[in-house]
Design a protein around this ligand. Sequence first.
Ligand code: F3S
Length: 644
Amino acid sequence: MNIAEKIIKAHLVGGKMETGSEIALRVDQTLTQDATGTMAWLQFEALGRDSVQTELSVSYVDHNTLQMGFKNPDDHQFLRTVAARYGAVYSAPGTGICHQLHLENFAKPAKILIGSDSHTPTAGGIGCLAMGAGGLSVALSMAGEPYTISMPQIVEVRLSGTLQGFAQAKDIILELLRLLGTQGGVGKIFEYTGEGVASLSVPERATITNMGAELGATASLFPSDNRTKEFLSKMGREDDWIFLEADANARYDDCVEIDLTKLVPLAAKPHMPDNVVPVSELAGMKVDQVAMGSCTNSSYADLKQVADIMKGKFVARHTDTCVSPGSRQVLSMLMEDGSMTSLLDSGVRLLECSCGPCIGMGSSPHSAGVSVRTFNRNFEGRSGTKDAQVYLVSPVTAAYCALNGCFTDPKTWGIPPEKPQFPEYIPSIKHHFSYPAQDEEERKKTAVLRGPNIVALESFAPLGAELQGEVVLKVGDGITTDHIMPAGAEITALRSNIPVISEYVFSRVDENFVSRAKNMRDSGKCGFIVAGKNYGQGSSREHAALAPRHLGIRAVMALSFARIHRANLINFGILPLIFENAEDYDNLVLGAKILVNTLEFDENNRAAAEVEGLGKICFKHDLSEQEFQLVRAGGLLNFIKNRK
Ligand code: F3S
């Protein structure tokens, strides 16, 4: 068996390990972050359990840490008290970014981790099968329900040779994105093998597994070997290590080979992570901002290498350069060994240990500015500046962009920096986490505090036999969850308040969408969205399904769907329908009047919808029997409650 099969087999509580079959998995650990976590915890509460049922659940606050006004602090207070009440660990704002913290402190080889953040697969760098999911799936995992997915294909990524020159781990995953594209990993787990694996440290591996999310992959996995043992013992967690690797005769569904010796520094150009070219092709382009950190590249080694390059030099005056360390532990190490002094002396701005600029939470580029980032996403507008041009690069490339004020050819960079080793002394940050009382009776005495920004969930009506309504929005290919439910400080602060946040749905795509959808809903009819390929790619944010559902959307008709968003649509009672004939996408226009009979799907899951003036258009769905029952019930929460 390969590693993925070994972990899945040990956690299988339902289904067969056959590609495409539905499997149910026991979940060991969960993580939530504040932007998705308030809703996940409200959903957990709605399930009526007294305690979390996992080995470990951690509630991180790392996204909305600016605390402008009462909304973010209300959320943080709720998350702190709800974790104490139900038995989860709480990580306060400023402690660090969930994935970096989880890797350093909690993730374990051979475990299954489900997180309400699309970059949860980061923990695959330590040999943990870690998957991003909607908040509702995480709430159910916390309640002890199994996590259900289709058995993915397992793809071997064979790394030969070792990285040379200025190429870094980031360039490995950028190369994979260049080769496979942002849809290349859908329905797949990427498992890394080959001689190159041993040359990569756990933080380097975690950079790669982190951005497996940009390939659309279910998860990415590295073995748990001596490098893993070394990392865990440095973190004071040697006891968490076990040896885990694929059998010598393991089989894979597919194989991709990357020769590490041939890799050069790469950059993803605006506005997609797979728009990848060699950095040398961009030489001469002025850089207005450099932002370093994020859950992709904020480890000690990443930032120490940058500090070593910057030591005794100055960032270009026109290049605003900032760094957000991944955790307090990373920050402490950088302070202890003088690296932070080198960074600050060179003119770098120090930001909090949080997501920050990655989601436009401060440090946005100026209008039309070129921003070079060590992050994982460069979607249009995500930086907080609509017309910014964001490039994704490795920390070393970012450092040279900051010093030179422009992209330069790596051939001019001189001698490549040494790969940093962990310092001898690593300060512990365990005391920064809040641990719940062991005794459940003790925990029950904790009052869960709710400010006005915490609004209880509404209950959604089940799906009727007939869906009658109009197309209230038509969009093209590649619609991201950022398009559907924009990020940014003002909006993400409202994630525990569905009626208010719904006002922003598609606000950057079509400012009249909300009023059209509301009119349709208030007239007692359904709203439909028509979309092209890969609808809902990007993040796991379930608000991109929940808020449209609040606005009366009952079906999305698309050419294809992104995996996590498809699950979120189902979880909130929205029917994901696929065009049987791609040309019908062109025929279905804004305002088209449609009647779908949900009882008429045949054994091949096909049904014809009546479209006024056009006649019949054929749709299909790829829902399992259980998924269809969820949509019928009006969503997963209704389904579980009815089951009880
Ligand atoms: Fe945070 Fe950006 Fe990662 S928002 S969790 S640093 S993708």
